[in-house]
Design a protein around this ligand. Structure first.
Ligand code: APR
Ligand code: PHB
Length: 396
């Protein structure tokens, strides 16, 4: 057993943990990131791909946005497709902002490279197995690397270990959980196929929801609504493409460009919030504290918002001995978390087919889509939430 020490111990090298470590470094605060998986694994884990305007600006302002600016795709609107017709939500006209389509795994690579270049410490294949003394001024993370156990003694622990990590469970006796499981999931594919639309298409079809997204000019990212426990083996490539072609059908014709499917998977869907997001010297951030259905493209963006708040609070703590921002961390984050939960739930409810819907409820859902795409006020509300609500302490 070895014991080492650092000011901030960070569990998890996903977007939350890595961005927090980077933001702390810029403020002269040391941290150690402990990651259970290998570097290769986390750098190739295919996840989401839309960055809010405020997150894009944060990455640029903090010096880790170069590849995003060169390889990312700037999008100024999205298309809602229902009743076989397209309706564009014009972010630029309604909010003056855009979003950035940029793969999460590329952002993870950029952040790891930045931290290692700056001399940061990221211990890969270091599985955290327990937290101790989180109610004291010297909380400790016990982790295992190979056959050896180690203790990392900290001033503060950041739980950035995702929904299945150990940090939230470590304080679950102090938490209240809010949760909703959806009666569907997404079957997602990556395909070597040029995107068939310049912008994202969210389709509400009688057979179910489908989403057309992309990763580059030659790689499409596509999803279709399925059962939460859908058997992937029942979906041949042909069946996937056939169902996508049907769900994206449009007046005047529309054909998806097909190609080799390089990755496929089924993701169940839930809304989840644990309150508060802190206890003692442990602070939860990102998926460790909350989960949103992916319809609003908010998971990564919420994680970035949490760690921006935490980094500012830790700067006040270390620089001025000020604890009010740390004490208010959870309340500050949760204000924005719940607004984003609402938006993600609303987008999910509006765009997916619910087997339990009566004919009346189906008509109301279609009326909501008609209203959102015909009212400037309603479209502006969707747009300002999609491009991202202001971060606490940042305006506009
Ligand atoms: N010890 C060390 N590392 C751990 C442990 C553990 N016991 N448990 C989990 N981890 C690591 C995981 O291997 C993962 O790399 O914590 C990291 C958590 O990363 P994410 O799950 O990506 O969570 P977060 O950083 O909050 O980012 C949220 O990622 O999952 C997507 O859709 C989600 O886009 C959202 C974003
Ligand atoms: C994606 O590109 O993976 C993506 C885009 C928008 C969403 C969800 C996922 O709402």
């Amino acid at each position: 057993m070895t014991t080492t020490r650092t000011p901030v111990g960070i569990v998890g090298a996903g977007p939350a943990g890595l961005l927090l470590s980077h933001l702390l470094h810029l403020r002269g605060i040391e941290s150690v990131v402990l990651e259970a998986r290998s570097r290769d694994y986390v750098e190739n884990r295919i996840r989401a791909g839309v960055l809010e305007h405020v997150v894009e600006q944060m990455l640029i302002e903090t010096g880790v946005g170069a590849r995003m600016q060169s390889d990312g795709l700037r999008h100024e609107g999205v298309i809602l497709r229902f009743g076989a017709r397209d309706h564009r939500i014009d972010f630029r006209a309604l909010t003056g902002k855009h979003v950035m389509v940029y793969s999460q795994h590329l952002l993870v690579r950029d952040l790891i490279a930045a931290r290692l270049t700056a001399g940061g410490t990221i211990r890969f294949e270091a599985e955290c197995v327990g937290l101790h003394d989180v109610d004291t001024a010297q909380p400790c993370i016990r982790y295992r690397q190979g056959d050896t156990e180690h203790d990392l003694v900290c001033d503060v622990i950041a739980g950035c270990d995702g929904f299945h990590g150990i940090c939230r469970p470590a304080i679950e006796a102090h938490l209240r959980v809010f949760e909703r499981e959806y009666p569907f999931g997404w079957l997602g594919i990556l395909a070597d196929a040029a995107p068939s639309s310049a912008e994202l298409v969210y389709a509400n079809h009688d057979r179910g929801f489908a989403l057309l997204s992309m990763r580059s000019a030659t790689v499409s990212r596509l999803y279709l609504q399925c059962a939460p426990d859908e058997d992937l083996d029942a979906w041949s490539d042909d069946r996937i493409w056939g169902e996508l072609q049907t769900r994206f059908s449009r007046e005047g014709g529309f054909t998806l460009t097909e190609g080799r499917i390089t990755q496929k998977g089924v993701t169940p869907m839930r809304s989840f919030v644990s309150e508060p997001m802190q206890h003692g010297r442990l602070f939860l951030a990102g998926d460790s504290a909350h989960i949103v259905p992916p319809t609003g493209a908010k998971g990564l963006n919420l994680a970035a918002g949490d760690v921006a708040v935490l980094a500012r609070a830790l700067e006040a703590f270390y620089r001025h001995g000020e604890t009010s921002l740390l004490d208010g961390y959870s309340a500050t984050c949760l204000d924005r978390v719940w607004k984003v939960q609402r938006f993600s739930w609303w987008m999910t409810s509006m765009l997916h087919r619910f087997a339990t819907h009566s004919d009346f409820e189906r008509r109301v859902q279609l009326a909501e889509l008609e209203y959102v795409t015909s009212s400037a006020a309603a479209a502006t509300s969707l747009a300002e939430n999609y491009v991202g609500l202001p971060l606490p302490g940042r305006h506009g």
